[in-house]
Design a protein around this ligand. Structure first.
Ligand code: HQG
Length: 181
């Protein structure tokens, strides 16, 4: 079983294009596991039927915790770009958060702040290693930004739970952002 391919397809379906799979997400992004399996198993794309165990495998064993199964439902924990707003649970963030980005985006971010761009939320990392990993998707030597989440929180900015490494926000003003490296 190609679990990387499966994980990517599940992310695509649950973050970006549920309608292509005839899925309707609830307000927290969940869909019934059976409906997702039915869609994934059309045309035998994986050589054998995908099972719940396969979905459990990707939620447990992928390099990042991207998906979550709760009871008979599954959702993506972050990354959504669909028009329908996915509500996330507010959390108290660690005092400092990080964001890995490109040299190209730096000027705009230091002027305009961190925006969700193509997604519903800004994605922040709880440690620098994670931020470097995120930034390296687009820049071999990513810029690592440091976010004063304690101050932002004290000012009433709301942060939301993604997974154990990812914290979400609607927007982060440049006044909370410093360049770490
Ligand atoms: C940048 C992956 C110009 C921002 C990752 C980023 C993450 C601005 C890009 C998750 C800007 C958006 C999300 C502004 C932000 N002007 N550029 N004002 N504000 N940007 O992919 O955070 O592997 O939507 O710095 O690991 O890179 O898919 O966000 O470079 O956790 O599970 O605009 O996706 O997870 O890019 O990544 P993205 P991201 P998965």
């Amino acid at each position: 079983m190609d679990y990387i391919k499966l994980s990517k397809e599940v992310s695509y379906a649950l973050r970006h294009a549920p309608w292509e799979y005839e899925l309707e997400l609830d307000s927290e992004g969940f869909v019934p596991v059976t409906q997702l399996l039915q869609a994934l198993n059309e045309n035998n794309r994986y050589g054998r039927p995908i099972t719940v165990s396969d979905l459990e495998h990707i939620t447990r064993c992928s390099d990042k915790k991207r998906h979550e199964i709760v009871g008979d439902k599954i959702r993506a924990l972050y990354g959504h770009s669909i028009p329908m707003h996915i509500s996330k649970e507010p959390v108290t963030p660690p005092d400092v958060l990080y964001h890995g980005t490109t040299h190209k985006a730096l000027g705009a971010i230091m002027n305009d702040g961190l925006k969700p761009m193509g997604r519903q939320y800004v994605h922040l990392s709880v440690d620098t290693d994670t931020a470097v990993q995120v930034g390296k998707r687009r820049d071999d030597e990513p810029v690592i930004l440091c976010i004063d989440a304690a101050k932002a929180c004290a000012d009433g900015i709301v942060f939301y739970k993604g997974n154990d490494k990812v914290v979400l926000a609607d927007y982060v003003s440049h006044k909370y952002i410093d360049i770490l490296k």
